[in-house]
Design a protein around this ligand. Structure first.
Ligand code: C2E
Ligand code: MG
Ligand code: MG
Length: 634
């Protein structure tokens, strides 16, 4: 119950008002009953509305947060990957901005250029280039930015780079442009090609140089001649091509072996090089042939002076593997533009002139003249004719007596080949035997000589003449025929000549064959009963120890020593030594080319066994030599 009291006027009276509590609060309660659920509902509805409106935002927020996270991870990932790629590639990667400043410099670039990334990033890329590019690079870049013209982008180029230590080196470079938003980046990939260039250079060197002497080879020579001719044309000057062929090199090579021959060629090459100016070219044409190109000569005679200097430089003796060797040379000179304006013509003409130098007695030089071509052509046609000479019966034999020194008795006849040319008359063997050797015709010709000589001997014997022996010359190429002993045996058999009537003349070079085949062939021939003599002894660099290994019966002292025997003490000493040597090895000895009594007297005093030469008789045709033969006593 809720009661309230209030006085009523001044009468001391009051009034109490009582009301039941529930009755009092009833309207409120009634209102509350309505408002509370309504409010609750409103709150609830509001919350629902709020949730409905906020949730997507939240979700969006969460999602975007996730995405950011993922993107961050991916970015980090991709950066790591890009870094990893940049770090691991073998190519140097350098990125620069539009101002030419380096922004990226990967480890390979660090290795290539020698800078660390931290010291080079931020610097201008031109630092990596040699002058003049270093100074011009900013200009290139500016020009490109203004015009869009570039010869560089997207092209693989070989350029030079500069390392931190200042050394420049070859690079292979490709540059490309990438756009990053509004910016342009230039990315260059660079590869150090020093090693590749070295290999390329080495291959180029091998292709252009002679492996033995290191001199330019035929290839490079052609190029040098072309350049020299062009230069001479521009400056209206002359130049010269010198064709140098060593004399007697083949003998040295055959007799002392290829290794000695090679060393000699190297030594000659060195002397040629040191005898010339740096602008001159010395090339090796092959074998024992060298070519010198003089790009500038004031007059033709200058080339002759140079040729003589080269001959003088070549002449002094060489010490090679314990041998003292002498090398001479024959030089042919062609002047350009007079004698030709291209490599082939100049080489051909200088070669022709060189042949003339050889024919003029070697160890000299000759200038090319147009008339020489005529002679070269004749030589060529001689070769063709020689092919037919056998079939056309143009070959014949002459015979030269070999005589006993003391008794003057005939000891044998040397068989010497002649060629009766239908137009040129009688051609001596030195003119065509080298040709026959070159072409291989010597083999059938040699067989013809053997057979014809044996037939002649048989005929003389049947006519009752006494011919103690025939000496037949064998050339190197003939001797190298594997079947030589069988061929000779067959010819002896067919002609009915006994082996003891035949002597074979071989040269020293044959003995120096290291394969042992020569010893075997000579043994076979010796076993068959043939005598062996060494022709032109003393000219062939033979080492004396070889003489013991071979079954040799006789040494023939070369004509060149006999010639001046009576006047030249050196020749006299050599001949005396050869005679003593032959005798100490139980060989006989014969002197060739005896023309005078004085020579005979000297030889006789030294105890030489036999002689041969114009003094007694020139080589004669069969019909004439017969007068020197004795009839067998009936
Ligand atoms: P060789 O075997 O040394 O012959 C000696 C040469 O000297 C011959 O020259 C001969 O005529 C020459 N002769 C002889 N006595 C004198 C003299 O007193 N004074 C001068 N100045 N010379 C003299 P030929 O006949 O011209 O022969 C030259 C070379 O040709 C021979 O030298 C020989 O190596 C080679 N030869 C000749 N016939 C043949 C052959 O049938 N086969 C082979 N493979 N070579 C041959
Ligand atoms: Mg001979
Ligand atoms: Mg001789």
């Amino acid at each position: 119950m809720v009661a309230a009291y209030g006085p009523v006027g001044k009468h001391g009276l009051g009034m109490v008002l009582k009301i039941d509590q529930s009755e009092l609060y009833d309207p409120v309660t009634r209102q509350l009953k309505f408002i509370v659920p309504l409010l609750t509902m409103l709150v609830f509805a509001g919350m629902l509305l709020l949730r409905w409106m906020v949730m997507p935002l939240v979700r969006k927020l969460v999602k975007s947060e996730h995405e950011t996270l993922a993107a961050n991870i991916m970015l980090r990932d991709s950066e790591t990957r890009t870094r990893a790629v940049l770090d691991s590639v073998d190519e140097g990667i350098i990125a620069i901005g539009e101002n030419g400043v380096i922004e990226i410099f990967n480890p390979a670039a660090e290795r290539i250029f020698g800078y660390s990334g931290s010291e080079i990033v931020g610097q201008n890329v031109s630092l990596l280039m040699p002058e003049p590019h270093r100074g011009q690079h900013d200009g290139y870049l500016k020009h490109y930015l203004e015009t869009g013209e570039s010869k560089i982008l997207g092209v693989v180029r070989e350029v030079m780079g500069v390392r931190k230590n200042g050394a420049s080196f070859p690079l292979e470079l490709t540059a490309s442009e990438v756009r990053v938003e509004a910016r342009r980046l230039y990315i260059a990939s660079a590869r150090d090609i020093t090693a590749r260039k070295e290999v390329e250079q080495h291959i180029m060197y091998l292709a252009n140089h002679d492996a033995l002497t290191g001199l330019p080879n035929r290839n490079l020579l052609q190029d040098r001649i072309r350049q020299a001719v062009a230069q001479a044309r521009r400056s209206k000057e002359r130049g010269a091509v010198l064709f140098i062929d060593l004399d007697q090199f083949k003998t040295i090579n055959d007799s002392l072996g290829h290794d000695v021959g090679d060393l000699l060629l190297k030594a000659v090459a060195e002397r040629l090089v040191s005898g010339l100016r740096s602008e001159d070219t010395v090339a090796r044409q092959g074998g024992d042939e060298f070519i010198v190109v003089l790009p500038r000569v004031t007059n033709a005679q200058d080339a002759g002076t140079v040729a003589q200097e080269l001959l003088d430089a070549i002449a002094p003796p060489y010490q090679v593997k314990g041998n003292e060797l002498h090398a001479g040379a024959s030089i042919g000179i062609a002047i350009f533009p007079d004698d030709g304006e291209d490599g082939d013509t100049l080489l051909k003409n200088s070669d022709t002139a060189m042949y003339h130098a050889k024919e003029a007695g070697r160890n000299n030089y000759q200038f090319f003249t147009p008339g020489m071509n005529q002679l070269a052509a004749e030589r060529q046609s001689l070769g063709t004719c020689l092919r037919h000479a056998l079939a056309r019966n143009e070959l014949l034999l002459h015979f030269q007596p070999m005589v006993d020194m003391t008794s003057g008795k005939l000891m044998g006849l040397e068989v010497l080949l002649r060629w009766q040319h239908p137009e040129q008359g009688l051609i001596p063997p030195l003119k065509f035997i080298p040709l026959a050797e070159e072409t291989g015709l010597i083999v059938p010709i040699g067989e013809w000589v053997l057979k014809t000589a044996c037939l002649q001997l048989k005929a003389w014997q049947e006519q009752g003449y006494e011919v103690p022996r025939l000496a037949i010359n064998l050339s190197t190429r003939q001797f190298r025929q594997k079947a030589l002993p069988e061929t000779i045996a067959r010819i002896l058999d067919e002609t009915g000549v006994e082996a003891r009537f035949v002597e074979l003349e071989i040269t020293e070079s044959i003995l120096m064959d290291n394969t042992g085949e020569a010893v075997e062939t000579l043994r076979k021939l010796n076993d068959m009963g043939l005598e062996i003599s060494i022709d032109d002894f003393g000219t062939g660099y033979s080492s004396l120890s070889y003489l013991k290994r071979f079954p040799i019966d006789k040494l023939k002292i070369d004509r060149s020593f006999v010639q001046d025997i009576a006047t030249d003490p050196d020749d006299a000493a050599i001949v005396t030594a050869i005679i003593a040597l032959a005798h100490s090895l139980q060989m006989k000895v014969i002197a060739e080319g005896v023309e005078e009594a004085a020579q005979l007297v000297f030889l006789s005093r030294q105890g030489c066994d036999q002689y041969q030469g114009y003094y007694f008789s020139k080589p004669l045709p069969a019909a004439e030599v017969v007068t020197k033969l004795q009839r067998r006593k009936a």
